[in-house]
Design a protein around this ligand. Structure first.
Ligand SMILES: Nc1nc2c(ncn2[C@@H]2O[C@H](COP(=O)(O)OP(=O)(O)OP(=O)(O)O)[C@@H](O)[C@H]2O)c(=O)[nH]1
Ligand SMILES: [Mg+2]
Ligand SMILES: [Zn+2]
Length: 351
């Protein structure tokens, strides 16, 4: 029998389940999502489940179960079942679905820690770290920066300089799968029942790190002798694995672009730790672009705030604003569309 507490099941979730009309059924956590099939880890083992029609058609794509979600399911036999209910989501990492204006995509839920992985072999990009960090903090998840492939002889000075402002905002680890001590440090930062996700570009070593943390090959990794490590996508799905006597790890495929899916652009000021300075701006509604008496612009001019960090903030805020405005528009359109549908139904009923 599987002890679901090692997968993060707790009293709060238990209470939630007890309020459900489905409380007599099994519950479990989604480990892998295939197109319409979900692998659910439950006390009785791993079940292959589908969704009931009302879940499948009653929810938008981003609301459908993702890796990490807790669900209640009806078992048909020892291996198969149907998901009848999702427990309410917490700490969900979203991104903007690529190729859309304001569609969100759920990456994983019930996440405690997010490891932003970059490698020191030319992949390092501090602006990308900021982007991931903003989305992670917005979800109430703890961000951690992992700079992998530390065994390669690379000049660390430019990296240290670039992350100077970040080291105050999140823990930073230099790791290598060839240096066990660095892996032990990461392992020690994840407790039993805690869920940690690994995000970052392709080839940085996310799956290799998960394997090293589990001390066995649970995931496929790319063979360096066969590729330059660039643009080759080895992992193709999000997958949850259990680390022995410890936490839950979620590996993700490398993403080329990580678009922000943020509802409240103003939250960025707080997340990027600009609020303290912004309090001294002359105007309460200062946009920090060209207003007189703007404390942020003053900080940039007198070099207490790095101009590049400021520019990054403006760019991310604009993106978040664009997403939230389009999402708002979309909701309005959906509302008026459902109103029209209601009216049509009503008219039919009146006839
Ligand atoms: N030198 C060195 N190579 C590493 C390290 N970690 C991973 N690699 C190599 O980097 C390559 C890519 O590793 P993966 O774990 O497949 O990378 P990934 O981030 O999972 O990539 P995607 O699944 O495509 O997103 C492999 O050849 C690994 O052996 C490290 O610490 N040092
Ligand atoms: Mg991978
Ligand atoms: Zn200002």
């Amino acid at each position: 029998m599987i002890n679901l507490e090692t997968y993060g099941w707790n009293n709060r979730l238990d209470q939630q389940k007890h309020k459900s009309i489905h409380k007599a059924l099994f519950h479990g956590r989604i480990a892998i999502v295939h197109r319409t099939r979900y692998e659910v880890v439950s006390e009785g083992g791993v079940f292959q489940c589908e969704l009931t029609g009302s879940l499948l058609f009653g929810k938008s794509t981003s609301e459908l179960p993702c890796v990490g979600d807790w669900v209640i399911f009806q078992a048909f036999d020892d291996h198969n079942g149907i998901i009848v209910e999702m427990l309410s989501r917490e700490r969900t990492l979203y991104r903007k679905k690529s190729g859309t204006v304001a569609d969100r995509q759920a990456i994983a839920s019930y996440v405690d820690k997010a490891f932003i992985v970059q490698s020191l072999d030319g992949n390092f990009n501090v602006r990308k770290v900021e982007r991931f960090r903003v989305q992670i903090c917005e979800a109430g998840i703890q961000p951690i920066l992992v700079l992998n492939k530390a065994d390669l002889s690379v000049d660390r000075k430019p990296v240290d300089e670039a992350i100077e402002h970040l080291v105050h905002q999140m823990p930073v680890y230099f790791t290598s799968i060839h240096q066990p001590q660095t892996i032990r440090e990461i392992r020690a930062s994840i407790s039993r029942g805690e869920t940690a996700i690994f995000v970052g570009s392709s080839g940085v070593g996310k799956s290799s790190l998960v394997n090293a943390l589990c001390e066995r090959t649970v995931l496929a990794t790319s063979d360096i002798s066969l590729s330059s490590g660039k643009g080759r996508h080895t992992s193709t799905r999000r997958e949850m694995v259990l680390m022995d006597n410890s936490g839950i790890l979620i590996d993700t495929p490398g993403v080329r672009e990580f678009g922000l899916a943020i509802d409240d652009p103003d939250s960025l000021t707080k997340i990027m730790e600009f609020s303290d300075i912004a309090e001294s701006c002359r105007f309460k509604d200062c946009e920090h672009v060209n207003e007189p008496g703007c404390a942020i612009l003053e900080a940039v001019n007198n070099h207490t705030l790095d101009r590049k960090v400021y520019e990054s903030y403006i760019k991310l805020r604009k993106e978040a604003w664009h997403f939230s405005a389009s999402e708002h528009e979309k909701r309005k359109r959906e509302k008026s569309f459902s109103k029209i549908l209601e009216e049509v139904k009503q008219r039919k009923a009146d006839l």
